[in-house]
Design a protein around this ligand. Structure first.
Ligand SMILES: [Zn+2]
Length: 138
């Protein structure tokens, strides 16, 4: 993300994982950087992942017993879900998470508290995370 950001582009990473322990915890185990095209349009920056590339991500996760349940992408400045983010997610699993990283990922994981997180609750419908959800890196 930082690398793409140095060229002025956003980037998408997809996360695969599985339920752990008592089933109340979901562990993301693998991050996949799908083949993507980034461009600058009238509406701002746009990242496109073709269907075939998305298929390869799903197949790679499936082979490892993982589910594509998270997407994380970078923004040039503020972290929030834009209308485009709402309408065209790569991760389409109800209950799955979407994270937005500010400043093209500058500062890395240390700025996790500044990332914006949403949960897919319906088709094109995202909700901010409630108190019941905590995101941590190990
Ligand atoms: Zn976005």
């Amino acid at each position: 993300m930082q690398q793409a950001g140095r060229h002025g582009y956003e980037a998408f990473v997809l996360w695969g994982g599985r339920f752990a322990g008592d089933g109340r915890r979901f562990e993301f185990i693998s991050a996949y950087f799908p083949e993507q095209t980034t461009s600058r349009g009238e509406e701002g920056l746009l990242v496109t992942v073709e269907g075939e590339a998305l298929f390869r991500v799903n197949r790679a996760f499936y082979r490892r017993g993982l589910t594509l349940a998270g997407q994380v992408h970078s923004h040039p400045t503020d972290a929030y879900h834009s209308d485009t983010d709402d309408a065209y997610p790569l991760m389409t699993l109800i209950g799955g998470l979407s994270g937005v990283v500010p400043d093209f990922g500058d500062g890395g994981r240390a700025r996790l508290h500044e990332w914006a997180w949403y949960r897919l609750v319906g088709r094109g419908e995202w909700a901010s995370l409630g108190e019941e959800t905590r995101i941590t890196f190990r």
